[in-house]
Design a binder for this molecule. Structure first.
Ligand SMILES: Nc1nc2c(ncn2[C@@H]2O[C@H](COP(=O)(O)OP(=O)(O)OP(=O)(O)O)[C@@H](O)[C@H]2O)c(=O)[nH]1
Ligand SMILES: [Mg+2]
Length: 195
């Protein structure tokens, strides 16, 4: 997919601030610092339209990026940020639920996990919750540039078993762009079939 036309359409923390057009949306979900904003930048060929940071907790709002006038990528704040206070994490929960529940335009979730690590309790909760609600899910295994080919193959096989309900499980690197084409292929056919 060649992307020429993308812009930040809306930023919000509650449903009344979310855009109300009908474009299909894909939401990027995962632990803080796993690489959600970086993955969006890679998919849309932009260096830093979605703001990224070395320290977790960078994305604090729900950010809507319209892509080629056709679909919308939704960048969400990450979960499991250790320094977050209880009231902050309650706010996070409300914001995420406010988006994920009842969002008619939402067609699929792109769930991100770090390919190097075992799933956290929060990752498992999120996956189970998403499966329970029948979301269509694509999994990106991020930071694959940090592993050797053998390690990558081993962890990919492990994650495919964990994420048995996902449409696709794809090793990905925002450094060397590997996995980009496969992710676009899966996103493209999903949008074509379910619009
Ligand atoms: N080596 C490597 N680093 C990555 C990759 N993807 C992201 N990073 C780095 O990981 C850090 C976090 O990336 P972000 O894209 O900001 O992560 P995020 O999931 O949006 O984080 P929050 O907004 O805090 O939830 C940054 O320093 C990125 O450069 C990757 O594929 N490979
Ligand atoms: Mg982010």
């Amino acid at each position: 997919m060649i992307v020429n036309n993308v812009f930040l359409k809306a930023v919000g923390v509650k449903p009344s601030q979310f855009p109300d057009d009908k474009k299909p949306e894909i939401a990027f979900v995962g632990k803080s610092n796993v690489g959600k904003s970086s993955l969006i930048n890679t998919l849309i060929n932009r260096k830093s339209l979605a703001r990224t940071s070395q320290s977790p907790g960078k994305t604090r709002t729900v950010n809507f990026y319209e892509v080629e006038g056709k679909l919308c990528f939704v960048d969400l704040p990450g979960y499991g940020y250790a320094k977050t206070s209880k009231s902050e994490s309650e706010k996070w929960g409300k914001m995420i639920e406010g988006y994920l529940l009842n969002r008619k335009q939402l067609r699929a979730i792109l769930l991100l996990v770090d390919i190097r690590h075992e799933l956290s309790a929060n990752d498992k909760l999120m996956y189970d919750w998403l499966m329970h609600y029948n979301y269509k899910m694509i999994v990106a295994l991020t930071k694959s540039d940090k592993l050797t080919r053998n390690q990558m193959a081993r962890n990919l096989a492990m994650f495919k078993k964990e994420f048995i309900g996902a449409i696709d499980v794809v090793p990905f690197s925002s450094l060397n762009k590997s996995g980009r084409d496969e992710l676009w292929g899966t996103i493209g056919s999903l949008i074509e079939t379910i619009g």
